[in-house]
Design a binder for this molecule. Sequence first.
Ligand SMILES: [Zn+2]
Length: 217
Amino acid sequence: MRVVLVGPPGAGKGTQAQFIASHLSIPKISTGDIFRANVSGGTELGKLAKEYMDRGDLVPDEVTVAMVRDRLSEDDAQEGFLLDGFPRNVPQAEVLKKMLAEFGTGLDVVLNLVVEDDEVVRRLAGRRTCRSCGKVWHVVFDPPTVEGVCDACGGELFQRDDDREETIRRRLEVYQEQTAPLISFYADEGILQGVDATGPVEEITQRSMSALRRFAD
Ligand SMILES: [Zn+2]
């Protein structure tokens, strides 16, 4: 099965990507992993990407696309894959469609993890990070024994700027702006499937798997 996974920050996309890929026995391919593999492997594309990143610039689409193409050409991706972090926009989605057509195939389904903004804020704004060991706690879901103190090392807990409500709401706005056109693109293609991404992690995986089964043939 050829799957793309999309979802806002805080939807638990990384965790679900791992579970779903392992249930389907397909590789999970994330752009982060592809970047790291190319940079640490010293490939031409990796060197090129590193030049941009070292300058603090965004890696251009062509470089990302070329890396994705290389990765999708590998043996383990021939029977299927789960893409996480690509495509990010409609031009990338069009390139992916063309690329897969050249390979004689296409996407089966785009799984959209749906979480309300307020729920994302509840999840992310409750995070507290240990100043000493970096462990992440949550005031509701995983509280330390003593408020503000790390159980693991006794260090002081603080809220990272990234985990502040204003920052989260801004990230969600940016996400909606960028992703809404992508969602419509795949809805028009008839392969978009929304999944309610609230509740326990295992339930979300179950829902995702039943949604995927509808697209299996
Ligand atoms: Zn600690």
